[in-house]
Design a protein around this ligand. Structure first.
Ligand code: SIN
Ligand code: CO
Length: 386
């Protein structure tokens, strides 16, 4: 796979300048000779697993009726399906299949902590999720068969939607563009663009690399919780400069200024914001699936490294690092690991890729080895032992 040209004929610089978060882009043969790392059978297998998030969406044209079923599915479910007008969607396939995680690495020209997951859909002829919009950016990579993508208009929360459908369906929507995507073709969509993709013919698989952008309401709530949890109950609003009011019920400008100053004092604390944001943006998608274990000893780790055993980022793990505000930190799965100038180069290397030969791990001093052991114990890294 050509990582130097992740978007085929268009450069990453042009993409970021003219398209990212701005307008759709169709890239023919973004990945020429694309060979999908996950087959339709493997996808159906994943949809039967209890820990995997999957959905089956069907449209009954006679009844004009949309239906939604949540996985896991019994294997027999797939044999019962009609010949057309259904689609199976499996979320976070990159969390389960290392080759799928490697495909997502191709999109690291966007910060890795903005990536949500790789969703894969398989659709019978005519199958799709209906006209809708999403609140996130997505790259839609055609993996097999043909999918027709119809696009048109920017939607918001106020856009009308069908009240009777279990998924978002935009009623009476008219597309103004239509493209047939063949394997290797890719369509980028920024948030809120109305779209409808359906299979034209058999064996239609689409890989969606979806991004995440926290809503302002989540940012404010999460930061407030983070700061608030650390504050004792004795630090309080104070008004030693209080002057006599004509009406005791009035909230005067002086009171508003005091409370605004309290809020501003926390928002001015860059180090606190950095510690919170790194944790927040690396929280795992499925925290309940995290597997913490006894960390290896430094000696055990040294043996693996001496045998040239590679380490790999756990498929579900999110990493980021930060070197600012007078302190450096590595964040992995919502945890903060303080860094020193001794361990910063290792953290940078861990954030550059998702697998590492020992030679790709710089400055393996004792602190760095200890950090690796802790990351293995936390389930963020694992040695590829076989
Ligand atoms: C798909 O059906 O593969 C993608 C669904 C979407 O449009 O978000
Ligand atoms: Co969509």
């Amino acid at each position: 796979m050509n990582m130097d040209a992740p978007l085929g004929s268009i450069s990453v610089e042009t993409f970021l300048k003219d398209y990212w978060q701005k307008k759709p882009l169709l890239i023919r043969q973004a990945i020429p000779d694309f060979s999908p790392p996950v087959t339709a059978d493997e996808l159906a297998g994943l949809a039967c697993e209890p820990d995997v998030e999957s959905r089956l969406i069907r449209f009954d044209a006679n009844e004009d009726h949309w239906s939604l079923e949540q996985g896991p599915f019994p294997e027999s479910r797939f044999a019962e399906l009609p010949d057309s007008q259904w689609t199976l969607l499996v979320q976070a396939v990159d969390h389960w299949i290392p080759e799928a995680a490697d495909l997502v690495e191709r999109f690291r020209f966007i910060p890795s902590w903005r990536v949500d997951d790789l969703m894969i859909s398989y659709a019978a002829p005519g199958g799709g999720v209906g006209p809708h919009y999403d609140n996130y950016d997505v790259f839609l990579l055609q993996a097999s068969g043909t999918r027709r993508w119809e696009l048109g208009g920017v939607c918001t929360e106020d856009s009308p939607r069908r009240p009777d459908a279990p998924v978002m369906i935009l009623p009476e929507w008219k597309p103004d563009q239509s493209y047939d995507l063949e394997p290797g073709d890719m369509l980028y969509l920024p948030p809120q663009i109305a779209h409808n993709g359906y299979a034209v013919g058999d064996d239609c698989m689409t890989y969606s690399i979806g991004f995440r952008a926290p809503a302002h309401n989540e940012i404010l709530r999460s930061f407030s919780d983070f700061v608030g949890e650390k504050l004792g109950r004795e630090i309080r609003y104070a008004d030693p400069d209080l002057s006599l009011q004509t009406n005791p019920g009035q909230i005067g400008q002086d009171a508003l200024n005091r409370v605004q100053a309290i809020l501003a004092s926390y928002l001015k604390d860059e180090a606190q914001i950095a510690r919170w944001f790194g944790r927040y943006m690396t929280e795992p998608k499925y925290p309940e699936l995290e597997e913490v274990q006894e960390p290896p000893s430094i000696e055990e780790l040294q043996q693996w490294l001496a045998q040239d055993i590679p380490l790999r980022r756990n498929e579900g793990a999110r990493f980021a690092y930060l070197d600012k505000a007078g302190e450096a930190s590595l964040f992995a799965n919502g945890e903060r690991y303080p860094l020193t100038c001794e361990t910063l180069p290792l953290a940078e290397a861990l954030c550059l890729r998702n697998d590492y030969t020992p030679a790709q791990l710089p400055n393996l001093n004792r602190d760095a080895l200890d950090l690796l052991c802790r990351l293995i114990g936390a389930g963020a890294l694992y040695p590829v032992l076989d």
